[in-house]
Design a protein around this ligand. Sequence first.
Ligand code: NAP
Length: 303
Amino acid sequence: MKVALVGIGKIARDQHVPALAASGDWELAATVSRAGTVEGVEAYTDFAAMLAARPDIPMVSLCLPPMPRFAYAEAALKAGRHVMLEKPPGATLAEVHALEALAAAQGLTLYATWHSRMAEAVAAAKAWLSDRVVRRAHITWREDVRKWHPGQDWVFEPGGMGVFDPGINALSILTEILPAPVHVTAATLEFPENRDTPIAAQITFSGGVSADFDWRQEGPQTWDIEVETDKGPMALRMGGNRLEIGGVEAGGVNSIMGEYPALYAQMAALVRAGRSDVDLSPMVHVADALTLGKRVVTAPFHF
Ligand code: NAP
């Protein structure tokens, strides 16, 4: 099946293009981007022009930042194309609900992807937790914004979500693996004095769950979820790619490169089955943390 990739920037080049090149399901047939292109692939700068010129492309994969994404997704669905959304699936919950309803009305697939849920050890962690009682869980998600979002001012603009842009990856794993749902009860949000979104957040959930998100970590990066249960501890490290049970390594890989191939395989399965997959539970936690969060002003941030 042919796919058009929209928004040729960091994640398109790092993950989508290699995943599509290796896919047995998909052929990258066109790109749409104002500046970015992919060698050997027909390039458009205007989305409407691509939709009009290429009725043979049934699926559009949107790698734009969340703020502009709704208009593209809506246009694609109205033009009869299946749509795959990067995470977070939109700038607001309501706009993704609207897309879900539109996809259903059009009989098309909408897939709100969560790449971290495809990390190597997530399914094993979920299975291990399924018959255990969670006493406590703590997320530590500390990374360097300059490394992962070099010069991307949109992450600090309204709708960019700040540190919740990576933090939502942790929340996508949490909502997948916990045997019972939790909800945010309190949060502290650290806003650089010159920016509109938080650079760090500490969140408390019901059920003994807490999270520490920070975008100022230089050197080694930390993407850990540590869980204490009635039958001992479990930890997911490396963003869900490595599993530790009782403090002992229990499998996984030291790479994130399996996540996007798994997303594209899942999209192919959804299209073939005529289904959509739109789980907004990670984004509900972000919205609630932003609703309940106490605002603390911190040092200005410059790339
Ligand atoms: P990016 O490089 O800043 O943006 C991707 C491309 O989107 C840009 O190169 C730009 O291409 C286009 N674009 C940007 N703003 C636009 C606008 N207002 N209107 C239309 N097109 C616009 O961002 P990214 O890091 O790839 O992130 C994109 C999405 O992927 C985000 O939702 C992010 O959370 C997710 N993601 C990122 C990473 C990461 O490591 N960075 C990892 C996983 C997921 P043109 O200028 O050529 O049009």
